[in-house]
Write a protein that binds this ligand. Sequence first.
Ligand code: MRU
Length: 371
Amino acid sequence: MIVDGKSFRTLWLGKDNETVEIIDQTRLPFAFVILQLDSADKAAAAIRNMQVRGAPLIGATAAYGIALAMRDDPTDKNLAAASDLLMSTRPTAVNLRWAVDEMKKLLTPLSPNARVRAAYIRAGEICDEDVAICSAIGDHGMPIIHKAWEARGNPDRVNVLTHCNAGWLATVDWGTALAPVYKAHDAGIPVHVWVDETRPRNQGASLTAWELAKHGVPHTVIVDNVGGHLMQHGLVDLVITGTDRTTAAGDVCNKIGTYLKALAAHDNHVPFYVALPGPTIDWTIDDGVRDIPIEQRDAAEVKEITGKALSGEISTVCIVPDESFAANYAFDVTPARLVTGLITERGVGRASKTGLFELYPEHAGEDFYGN
Ligand code: MRU
């Protein structure tokens, strides 16, 4: 996407064609800072610290993390160590496991001296595939927004509500939930986005709002509890979110608070769509509430908040009494029954085992243990 007239992806190779460069997402929206990752350790730290985040981008960064590890030491021992290190960074987004498995499957049979080149090629392909997949999600999702606009009967505006950041910053480019929004906006559909701030880390307020502003898409940031009220008053035409892991039966795990939006949407007959690339589906499980590991992060993310003071200085303040404990559950699961449809690179399908098997027939013979 374009940032101040220059085209960017969220990660790319530097001038030496080996160092990986990323946009440090912890500095947005107040500073646009590029970081160099020159080792698997640094790639793992960037994922853990959420300098890169969002399920597809975590996977792409992990793929390059393996390539960096192979550049340092292409032995079996280091391949295993780098895979374990990267896998330990964040538990919920399944794209991480998918990308690490892809790299291990490719590299394990190769001789160590063939591994570096092969690893960089495959990591580059994973990035290019993600861009193509997200663009296709946009193509399949855009008609849904168009239809909602027609159904609304208001020529001036169609309102999409989104949660967290499932835009281009969460992927290599385009985004998942926001790809249809960008395509609709570019096609002249007057799309307006309600942006949930998404406490505790404020990915909506800091990242989604920044992206939409850079692209010129009209949007309004709201606190996380406003969505239900807006839906009751007919001010939301559809909800589109991303997902970090979707089960083979269509349950979707996404940023904490997504489930409550789905409940409100269901109660108000507002369509609730989830946009996802194939690698976000975990074909080995079918019950999201039972089987998806939910990341619990540092309580400091709940107790503190970072922002720009009126003086212009970036500072972090505490908003909770010193003696209070805080819990920081990062994701929740929305059961398939609350999901109107899944927008994938292969088209829009029902959130069910049959719906997913229709879109991905190559998985139809598998049982839920991936056999
Ligand atoms: O904790 P994060 O910021 O990595 O969580 C990101 C999300 O929950 C996104 O909605 C999800 O990864 C899907 S985005 C393509």
